[in-house]
Design a binder for this molecule. Structure first.
Ligand SMILES: [Zn+2]
Length: 307
């Protein structure tokens, strides 16, 4: 199938759409934190500080933030930079997704954009509230087999699906099987890791939200892909975790020095470890799933096989 659109135009259109989707995700994430407000609450966007309703020109992604000089027009409270950053990140992800999805595969692209937007939501909520919304994780587990049945190309690189299809085209049955096995693998491996972790360290290393998120991810990228996603996520989580520990360690040492307090390096290290242990894992799992979904073939496969 050839595309009626020039891929470059399609990427630009997707990025612009992504800005508005990102703006919508900001609202979803913000309302998730207010008890009693469901994310789909039908209400016009307003300033969280003074309740001033935003007119259309105050609600344009990124541009309004720049035009309003980062402040609410009514109460002049600063609008956090993370809102335009979330919008730009969503736009970037949509732009990349169009470039990474095979040309003309619009259904597959639709599934990719939906999954990526859900992963961004999980990331933002997890960073803010240390939890992953069930609407993303359980919703993803429900949607994965349906998407696999509707768009078998979703599992074109999953070995289970290739093996069950016995040909060049992935059948719907094989794709659904790959999705279900992927979910079991994603959830199962994380339950095992967290059991081992709690036995080794005597504390829960992971929340059940992470287990559900990786299970949902497995439904979209299959059992082999989900293992690679976990590996990638663990690498980025370790890098962030270690730099966070070092940051806290330097903070503690610096504070001790200014207060003229003398204490050993080991004691400062212990304090840093307590302060640095609360890092959400969800964003790293989401990143791993997104990378595998978009770049499995040819980049990750080549990288893993060392070719
Ligand atoms: Zn205001």
């Amino acid at each position: 199938m050839s595309s009626p659109f020039d891929p470059a135009y399609l990427q630009i259109i997707a990025a612009v759409f992504g800005l508005f989707i990102g703006s919508f995700l900001c609202v979803v994430v913000h309302r998730y934190q207010i008890p009693g407000q469901t994310p789909s609450h039908p209400k016009r966007s307003s300033c969280p500080e003074c309740g001033h309703f935003l007119s259309w020109w105050e609600n344009i992604p990124v541009l309004s933030w720049v035009a309003l000089r980062r402040r609410c027009r009514a109460c002049h409270v600063l609008i956090p930079a993370r809102y335009p950053l979330m919008e730009l990140l969503t736009a970037l992800v949509w732009w990349v997704a169009v470039g990474a999805t095979a040309e003309g595969e619009y259904l597959l692209l639709g599934v990719h954009l939906l999954v990526l937007s859900a992963l961004l939501t999980a990331t933002f909520v997890d960073l803010d509230c240390y939890e992953i919304p069930d609407s993303v994780s359980i919703g993803g587990m429900v949607l994965a087999p349906i998407a696999a049945c509707a768009v078998p190309a979703l599992h074109q690189y999953t070995w289970v699906a290739q093996w069950l299809s016995d040909g060049t085209e992935i059948t719907r049955g094989a794709s659904v099987a790959a999705s279900l096995i992927g979910m079991a693998a994603g959830g199962g491996i994380l339950i095992m890791v967290s059991r081992l972790g709690s036995r080794a360290f005597g504390q829960d290393a992971m929340g059940f939200g992470d287990v559900k998120l990786l299970a949902a991810g497995g439904g979209f990228i299959g059992p082999g892909g989900v293992l690679v996603a976990l590996l990638l996520g663990s690498v980025t989580a370790s890098v962030v975790g270690v730099s966070n520990l070092l940051r806290f360690y330097c903070l503690v040492r610096g504070r001790d020095r200014t207060r003229g307090r003398r204490r050993g390096r080991a004691s400062a290290w212990r304090t840093a470890r307590v302060a640095g242990q609360y890092l959400p894992f969800g964003p790293h799992l989401a990143l791993g799933v997104a990378l595998v979904m978009l770049f499995w073939e040819p980049y990750l496969v080549d990288w893993f096989l060392g070719t």
